[in-house]
Design a protein around this ligand. Structure first.
Ligand code: RTP
Ligand code: MG
Length: 156
């Protein structure tokens, strides 16, 4: 393990509409910074249905997909690009299991236990792999992180 250096990674985090409406954004931001992530980019957006369908395209055939689209368009979301070593896996650990109800019993310190409700309304998103993170970051932000990067979905 001594020779293993964890690579700096970026991942995409979203505070979903229930998290924003519940005023959890500042406590979530504090957890993020206290856990050693830097916040590279952030934007508050109100996603439209097409954007959610495209963002969660992997779930398009699932029975919960229409509800997911309704949920994610129900209000503004806070989108953040987080960076640190092992960011992708560490952010997934921090948010806890998909089912927030389960999270409250098995992962009481997780973010979903704090602000989520159930399997659907779980207040935060995290990229689940390197490939997802790359796709999701470029979905919302231009790929270069140079000065003056422009938000692609500014108009949503
Ligand atoms: P996310 O992508 O939002 O970080 O969540 P996840 O990886 O933990 O879970 P995933 O399987 O990717 O599901 C995406 C989101 O769809 C909603 N969902 N509803 N009613 C249901 O059975 C159900 N299952 C999933 C949740 O909002 C979940 O986060
Ligand atoms: Mg997922």
């Amino acid at each position: 393990l001594a020779n293993v250096e964890l690579e700096t990674e970026r991942t995409l985090a979203i505070v979903k509409p229930d998290g924003v409406f519940g005023n959890y954004t500042s406590s979530i931001r504090k957890i993020i910074l206290d856990s050693g992530f830097s916040i590279q980019r952030e934007a508050t957006l109100h996603l439209d249905e097409d954007s959610v369908r495209s963002f969660y395209a992997e779930h398009s055939t699932k029975s919960f997909f229409p509800n997911l689209v309704k949920y994610m368009t129900s209000g503004p979301v806070l989108i953040m690009v987080l960076q640190k070593a092992n960011a992708i896996a560490d952010w997934r650990t921090l948010i806890g299991p998909t089912d927030a109800r389960k999270a409250k019993s098995t992962h009481p310190d997780s973010i979903r236990a704090m602000c989520g409700e159930d399997l659907e309304r779980n207040c935060v998103h995290g990229s689940d792999s390197y490939e997802s993170a790359a796709r999701e970051i470029s979905f919302f932000f231009t790929q270069t992180f140079s000065e003056g990067t422009i938000l692609k979905h500014d108009e949503l």
